[in-house]
Design a protein around this ligand. Structure first.
Ligand SMILES: [Zn+2]
Ligand SMILES: [Zn+2]
Length: 639
């Protein structure tokens, strides 16, 4: 093997040292034609994550921080042919044959300051965190299994209240402690104070009450200060309840819309945190559901814009259309709210996307095209932080294309699909995999309609509204009030340029399945494992889609009084349902079992949230099934 010489900067810390170690360890695994030298150097004129990389045999990496040097080291490795497509061992590619050191000249400056994933539980693995850093991502959660590794990789960590992202009031102003002495801290409803903060019905506190704010922030400061459960946090989600109820008192009503109320509370808290906590704490206030529009009243002159950021959550969006496509009513409403924030230019803007939202449950949806467009849009319009819900941490299969595209685009480098296909699958399989992904990409235009929902369905305070549509909900409720199809966005057998029909969607999946069978690993064990994981994830996705289609046909047969046909369809439903109940692997690694009331990922049937309907049909048609476990309970989870 030819020699590899690394020169570190003076007084180099652990991150810089690690950059050197990674270079040595990877380069020792390939056959270098010539010896190489890498000079790592700090340059304080560069931005925090910015680096310059140049050379040919002898390389110089100049970085604005040691983290930037680490990113530079990984970029150099990629130029030598190493690929980091995912945390699974078969998704790291080591170049083969004699490697001739390439000539390199590049300037890296990510336009998003924070780039990563929204997570709330401890589910990081070392391989996952390393994949993030190797792809320039730097934003994860403070609930980590490997805090030292996060520090070494230069990760920024977001904190959430211990009971969950939306449980701020429950954790830091619990009615069990304060209701008796201070009922006025809590929501007023029909003349009475309400102390409910349960999952099924959660009432926010009275946000206009200054004493309630003072007590809340006193408890928050104790958590943020040394010894408290948020002591490592530098950014904290400051959110009301998910689909929570709001105080109806006169003072709250007089202060403006709900966003104005929440911002007033955040501002009061931030000013106290400045005095009582020794480090800067960024409060991240969600523009989500009822707080989607900006405040409708002027904020205080001394409002803490520096420490209060807005995180925009377009959960009601659709993925058949880009976020700025005016022809899509759901996205047009999202964009209207987003634009209103962006135009204020006063707030730091976060965006949280939904490429693996709860009920997608790691189905093989492929968003590399819309993602590229949308992330460029967010960047152009002033957003500087980006993350999405809910990345899985292993067994990616097709999801590697999303995560690699997300990493590239958030770092400001257009995603190179051809390179991805050729290097992940090899020259023999790449052409057929391109066809395969084209099918999945078009199928994914239905992702939200099919497995989640689109549209607001609730009037925003400014009067805006779009119809809320969910195929799952229609199958669940089975009433005329909830139609199975949405004209223009989800039809039985009529496709458009942007949206396949249900019929076409299922054909696309079958075609994808045929193509994947044809993909040839050409004897490469790593490629074989990639293809095997892809097949597992595709089979899971097909079963879910076919299960829903069969349930639809069964309901229709019942309505038409075709009892023989219904009995046949119920038998078919059982085949899918029982196979899905045995499949726990496809839904692993998304959210941890530690999340309260989260029964979504018990198996691939619970991911559909239709297990209760399924159980009822099985009883109705006297079909025997495996006994249902308590874990397959019927808890409904949002987000
Ligand atoms: Zn109130
Ligand atoms: Zn749309």
């Amino acid at each position: 093997m030819s020699s590899v010489e690394i020169h570190l900067p003076k007084n180099c810390g652990e991150t810089g040292h690690f950059a050197g170690e990674e270079l040595k360890s990877f380069l020792s695994r390939c056959d270098l034609h010539d010896g190489i030298t890498v000079d790592l150097e700090l340059d304080m004129n560069l931005g925090n994550d910015e680096f310059l990389l140049a050379g040919h045999g002898r390389y110089g990496i100049k970085g604005g921080s040691e983290t930037a040097l680490l990113y530079g080291a990984y970029e150099l490795l990629k130029r030598f042919g190493f690929c980091f497509f995912g945390p699974d061992p078969w998704d790291t590619v080591i170049p083969e044959g004699k490697i001739i050191p390439p000539e390199v000249k590049m300037h890296f400056r990510p336009e998003f300051e924070l780039r990563g994933f929204f997570a709330v539980e401890k589910r990081d693995t070392e391989d996952f965190l390393l994949w993030m850093a190797r792809n320039g991502l730097n934003f994860w959660t403070s609930e980590v299994n490997h805090p030292e590794l996060c520090r070494k990789l230069g990760m920024k960590l977001r904190g959430n209240p211990p009971s969950g992202m939306h449980r701020l009031f429950e954790d830091y102003l619990p009615p069990s402690v304060y209701a008796e002495k201070h009922p006025e801290y809590f929501a007023l409803h029909q003349g009475k104070r309400i102390f409910k903060m349960e999952a099924a019905e959660s009432w926010n506190i009275c946000m206009s009450n200054p004493e309630a704010a003072a007590q809340l922030v006193e408890n928050l400061c104790a958590a943020l200060n040394p010894g408290g459960e948020l002591e490592n946090v530098s950014a904290l989600t400051f959110a009301p309840f998910d689909n929570g109820r709001w105080c109806e008192c006169e003072n709250c009503a007089a202060l403006g819309n709900r966003t104005a109320l929440l911002l007033l509370l955040a501002d009061r808290c931030s000013k106290v945190i400045r005095q009582k906590v020794d480090r800067p704490i960024q409060l991240i206030v969600p523009a989500y559901h009822e707080t989607l529009p900006p405040p409708d009243v002027a904020l205080a002159e001394d409002f803490d814009y520096e420490r209060i950021a807005i995180e925009f959550f377009p959960i009601e969006r659709c993925y058949a259309h880009t976020i700025d496509d005016p022809s899509c009513p759901a996205n047009a409403l999202m964009k209207k709210c987003y634009d209103a924030w962006a135009e204020l230019k006063k707030f730091r803007l976060f965006v949280c996307e939904y490429y693996n939202v709860s009920t997608f449950a790691s189905a093989a949806f492929v968003f590399d095209d819309t993602m590229g467009h949308d992330l460029a849009f967010y960047r152009r319009t002033g957003s500087r932080y980006i993350n999405y819900m809910h990345v899985s941490t292993a067994l990616w299969g097709e999801l590697a294309v999303n995560n690699c595209a997300f990493a590239s685009e958030t770092c400001g480098q257009p995603f190179d699909l051809t390179d991805f296909l050729e290097k992940r699958y090899g020259a023999a399989a790449a052409p057929v995999m391109r066809e395969f992904y084209a099918r999945l990409r078009r199928f994914s235009h239905l992702a939200k309609q099919l497995f989640h929902y689109v549209g607001k369905g609730k009037m925003l305070p400014d009067g805006s509204n779009t119809e809320k549509f969910s195929f799952e909900l229609a199958l669940k409720v089975q009433s005329d009030e909830y139609p199975f199809f949405l004209p223009g966005h989800f039809e039985k057998d009529v496709s458009s340029d942007s949206v396949p029909s249900l019929e076409e969607a299922l054909e696309l999946l079958d075609e994808a399945d045929e193509l994947l069978k044809k993909a040839d690993s050409a004897g490469n064990e790593r490629v074989r494992q990639c293809l095997e994981t892809d097949r597992m994830r595709l089979a899971y996705t097909i079963r879910r889609a076919r299960f829903m289609e069969t349930l639809l046909h069964l309901i229709c047969a019942e309505k038409a009084g075709k009892s023989m046909e219904a009995q046949r369809l119920a038998g078919k439903l059982r085949e899918y349902g029982e196979a899905m109940r045995k499949d726990t692997v496809s839904v692993a690694h998304i959210r941890s079992a530690g999340a309260p009331n989260l029964k979504l990922y018990v198996n691939s049937l619970t991911a559909t949230r239709l297990q209760k309907n399924y159980a009822e049909k099985m009883t109705q048609y006297h079909l025997e099934v495996m006994p249902f476990s308590a874990d397959e309970g019927f808890t409904v989870h949002q987000g």
